[in-house]
Design a protein around this ligand. Structure first.
Ligand code: ZN
Length: 251
């Protein structure tokens, strides 16, 4: 090869390498997708937290900390006393199964009693606020419950009113959205309103799409895996997982 050809060859090789798409980071952090999406992995090994109790993905924590420090500045100016506290973050399949089955058997009390209710009625009651194991966004390390599990805390006159108004206005800037917003904005489907639950949209929207694909391909199976699962229709998990705030879906 003459020198000229060699130069042209090297030049074209550089152009080729430069134009290759950047290899996307593994959003499953080295865990098989089928396991990650249903929380069958050790979150404590890969997720982190420095604010409150819940664990989250390292990339979510980075975004969350930026949001918290912006909130802190505004909170000080407004002389508001409510800090952001993470009440819950990552939950494994097993964690969710314990919550679900304690509610199903009555060990864990719900707002309405399960007494003399049929299994399918108990399942409907649990699904007002809790996900079935394998269907929770908390399996993903992208979703957080903040400050209080009472909507009234965040409403007018509540201690968290300033925080909630701030999040509604600013969370989007940091990538966060509220999946379970007003029920009537989600065709009255899915879980009830949860003002405390926030999600990191750039990642959770992708995980949501993958979850739905795997479920439809029957690679996520729920029947027979936990108490009451046999009373759920095949469509039910799809409805609950996909009935979220449109701001939390992929743009
Ligand atoms: Zn939650």
């Amino acid at each position: 090869m003459s020198l000229n050809y060699r130069i042209i060859y090297i030049f074209l090789l550089f152009i080729y390498i430069y134009c290759q798409p950047i290899v996307s980071e593994d959003i499953y952090l080295g865990i098989p997708k089928e396991k990650y999406l249903i929380g069958e992995y050790s979150g404590a090994k890969i997720h982190k937290n420095r604010i409150g109790e819940g664990y989250m993905r390292p990339d979510v924590l980075e975004a969350f900390e930026k949001m918290v420090s912006a909130y802190e500045k505004d909170r000080e100016v407004a002389k508001n006393s409510e800090k952001i506290i993470v009440k819950s973050g990552f939950r494994s399949y097993y964690d969710q199964k314990v919550i679900w089955e304690e509610k199903f058997t009555g060990k864990r009390k719900m707002k309405k009693s399960i007494e003399s209710k049929k299994p399918e009625e108990i399942v409907s009651l649990i699904l007002e606020y809790s996900s079935a194991p394998g269907t929770s966004r908390h399996h993903w390390g992208t979703d957080l419950d903040l400050n209080s599990f009472e909507n009234s805390y965040f409403e007018k006159g509540g201690k968290g009113e300033f925080l909630y108004n701030w999040l509604q206005k600013n969370a989007k800037t940091y990538g966060f959205c509220q999946p379970y917003n007003e029920y009537n904005e989600r065709d009255n489907k899915g879980y009830f309103l949860e003002r405390w639950h926030w999600s990191y949209q750039p990642i959770s929207s992708k995980l949501l799409g993958d979850w739905l694909d795997l479920y439809k391909e029957k690679k996520i199976l729920l029947k027979g895996k936990f108490l009451g699962s046999e009373t759920m229709s095949d469509e039910m998990p799809i409805t609950y997982v996909s009935s979220i705030n449109k701001n939390c879906k992929e743009n």
